[in-house]
Write a protein that binds this ligand. Structure first.
Ligand SMILES: [Zn+2]
Length: 420
């Protein structure tokens, strides 16, 4: 049984009693339809990773209209706006990512039926942007003044080859951030507080190549070297705990006109992840050793010509751990419970929170939807038939509101739960 410490519990209960907070939660509930309609507009402004400008401009305009100060485009295209606090609390970031995995032309419209919205990117992570706007309206309408400053940020390049780039840029530009609240998961009941280490590398094996018959025996074969490496990697025994994974993809070599050739080049990509830093280091070493050994074995077999290997890092997502009883995690547990959602602690995570956690900044990744059953959980992220469950769409917004107040503190009432 997960027990919340008395300190966090006391502050949370105090917060829930406050009239201002009750009005905020009521406002957010009443704002639900407006927020969903705004989401339907936002998703039409497409934002493939590395091409977020149009959507960024729309968000910047909305941030300004909602009274954020100093709204501007930061490093790497992030849209940044400041909601100043009373000056006696930590600097808090709340963010969702602008980009989606879909190329321009993927979104044909938005359909609403049976408690879902249908459109590519409707959830991941467009909903987070609409949630932040609804939260801002609520804070403004109820005149809430946080103790600490809050940065509202729409980040770029979270997905794929963006590799959390927008978040990296923001935290480099703003090392003063002390708490990070991220919104990027399907199911609000999951508390994501860990950060899985993840890297993706491409290995390229090069040799002289030649004719499959006449050059045979005179050259080492790059494709065979690459295949040896993959076979070795495939044999790796990854532990179940901490969860550790690996997958080879994009094995490329040769071409169709060269079916009777010893191709001069072969390459593959491997992605590997772990929730444990030691295990991650061990796995990475194994993969690099496998590549080196494979190239050497293939070279030695022929004794002539040698295989050269080069490596290129495609993606490097740092990670780390936080205590399951850190104040943010405990606060999230109470906040979800107060909204009649049964919380559970997710193992690992690969979200923008990783960047904060790897820098030692307390962080949490929160969800975009109320998802009480299997049907509402199966939303096909990163697929053209992506959908978003919008029944009780105000609940995740209420959750981020409560978390923001617990993190930033409420002027005149209580301080930050993280810093207390
Ligand atoms: Zn996402």
């Amino acid at each position: 049984m997960y027990e919340v410490s008395p300190r966090v519990k006391t502050q949370f209960e105090k917060m829930r009693q406050l009239d201002q907070v009750k009005r905020l939660l009521d406002f957010i509930k009443a704002d639900e339809r407006k927020s969903i309609d705004e989401l339907k507009e936002l998703v039409l402004v497409e934002a493939p990773t590395h091409h977020e400008e149009a959507r960024a401009a729309v968000i910047a305009e909305k941030f300004r209209a909602l009274g954020l100060e100093d709204v501007h485009t930061g490093r790497g295209g992030n849209v940044i706006g400041l909601r100043r606090g009373a000056g006696n609390g930590p600097k808090v970031l709340i963010e969702g990512h602008l980009d989606t995995v879909f190329p321009f032309g993927s979104v044909k419209g938005v359909e609403e039926r049976d408690g879902f919205l249908y459109a590519p990117g409707i959830g991941d992570d467009t909903r987070a942007l609409a949630m932040m706007l609804s939260l801002l309206r609520g804070l403004n309408a109820t005149g809430i003044r946080t103790a600490g400053d809050v940065y509202f940020v729409a980040t770029t390049r979270e997905e794929g080859t963006g590799a959390l780039g927008g978040m990296k840029d923001f935290l480099e530009e703003h090392p003063e951030i002390e708490i990070s609240l991220d919104i990027d998961s399907n199911d609000m009941s999951r508390i994501i507080f860990e950060a899985t280490l993840c890297q993706t590398w491409e290995f390229t094996f090069r040799g002289q190549g030649g004719h499959a018959w006449s050059a045979f025996g005179t050259v080492a074969q790059p494709v065979h070297a690459a295949a040896r490496a993959v076979a070795k990697i495939a044999s790796y025994e990854a532990p179940a705990q901490p969860k550790t994974t690996f997958a080879v993809s994009n094995f490329h070599a040769g071409n169709i006109s060269g079916v009777h050739a010893i191709a001069s080049e072969a390459s593959f990509i491997v992605n590997f992840r772990s929730n444990g830093a030691d295990e991650f280091a061990r796995e990475k070493q194994f993969i690099f050793d496998a590549v080196e050994t494979a190239a050497r074995e293939e070279s030695e077999k022929w004794g002539k010509n040698t295989i050269e290997v080069s490596s290129r890092c495609i993606c490097d997502i740092p990670g780390g751990a936080q205590d399951a009883h850190s104040p943010l995690v405990e606060a999230a547990w109470l906040s979800l419970s107060s909204l009649d959602v049964s919380p559970w602690l997710e193992q690992g995570g690969s979200t923008n929170a990783n960047i904060a956690i790897s820098k030692g900044v307390p962080a949490l990744c929160m969800g975009r939807a109320w998802a009480p059953d299997e049907n509402s959980k199966r939303v096909h992220n990163h697929s053209l038939d992506e959908k978003l469950h919008i029944v009780n769409a105000h609940k995740p917004v209420q959750h981020i509101a409560q978390m923001l107040l617990m993190a930033a503190g409420l002027d005149g009432e209580f301080g930050s739960i993280v810093k207390g």
